[in-house]
Ligand binder design. Structure first.
Ligand SMILES: [Zn+2]
Length: 242
């Protein structure tokens, strides 16, 4: 069973009571989590590099690392430590908001946060990290029309491939919103794998286009982090056993 970590922002948290604060992990806490993984003999990998492990072709102490939305603070605060430790990770970009802001979240009252510009995205990829797609405008794919869903999936892949001149093979469903039809579209467009917001460790029983993740929050202290990553805790939660 492989934990695929889900992070959003790596930054000192915003004021108490503000929305999204829960998903802002302090850079020092993130660094400590990564160092502990290394110390315990684990390697953090992007989804592309995790692929053979997910398919059971390779075995080893590996953890998937993913960041949703492409925040500039992830580039600035997470990249140095990932590089230092020789870890890779995947960052999911909203292709219509490059050099923009989290406008979809601001619409529901979240504080504004800057998203990576083209130069940061290029630097991320050139540093051995992976760029994945998170649609063009962060839509609920299960709620929009099939035509709109297709356009979002297709255009974001094209935008990012044009920018980086390399294949984009990983996808992340915004809001974890998908259904069978959307999943089929993702596969048909040539994405090799996709992650959801469903809870659990990834294993052989999981479809490659609906991989569960382990959510790491501002409040996830070290002992809890290690319990989530190294034990069957998340799978018990997934099964709804407690
Ligand atoms: Zn998102």
């Amino acid at each position: 069973m492989i934990p695929i970590l889900m992070y959003h922002q790596i930054t000192p948290p915003s004021k108490k009571g503000t929305r999204l604060r829960g998903s802002m992990v302090h850079p020092q806490r993130f660094a400590s989590q990564m160092r502990w993984l290394k110390r315990l003999g684990y390697t953090g990998l992007s989804l592309a590099e995790l692929d053979p492990y997910l398919k059971g072709k390779k075995q080893g102490r590996v953890v998937g690392i993913t960041f949703d939305d492409g925040y500039q603070n992830v580039h600035d605060n997470a990249l140095p430590i990932l590089t230092e430790l020789g870890f890779s990770s995947t960052n999911f970009i909203v292709s219509g908001e490059i050099d923009g802001e989290n406008t979809w979240a601001q619409a529901t009252g979240s504080p504004e946060a800057k998203l990576m510009c083209e130069a940061s995205i290029r630097n991320w990829a050139q540093s051995g990290q992976e760029i994945g797609s998170h649609t063009v405008s962060h839509v609920h794919l299960a709620k929009v029309s099939p035509e709109e869903a297709l356009q979002q999936l297709k255009q974001s892949k094209l935008d990012l491939e044009q920018l980086l001149q390399q294949e984009i093979s990983s996808f992340c469903y915004p809001y974890g919103s998908y259904n069978h039809a959307v999943k089929t579209q993702v596969e048909a467009l040539g994405y090799q794998r996709a992650v959801t917001t469903e809870r659990g460790l990834a294993g052989a029983q999981d479809a490659l286009h609906a991989l569960p993740r382990v959510n790491i929050l501002r409040s996830t202290h070290l002992i809890h982090f290690l319990r989530k990553v190294l034990t069957g805790y998340e799978n018990k939660k997934r099964a709804g056993k407690d």
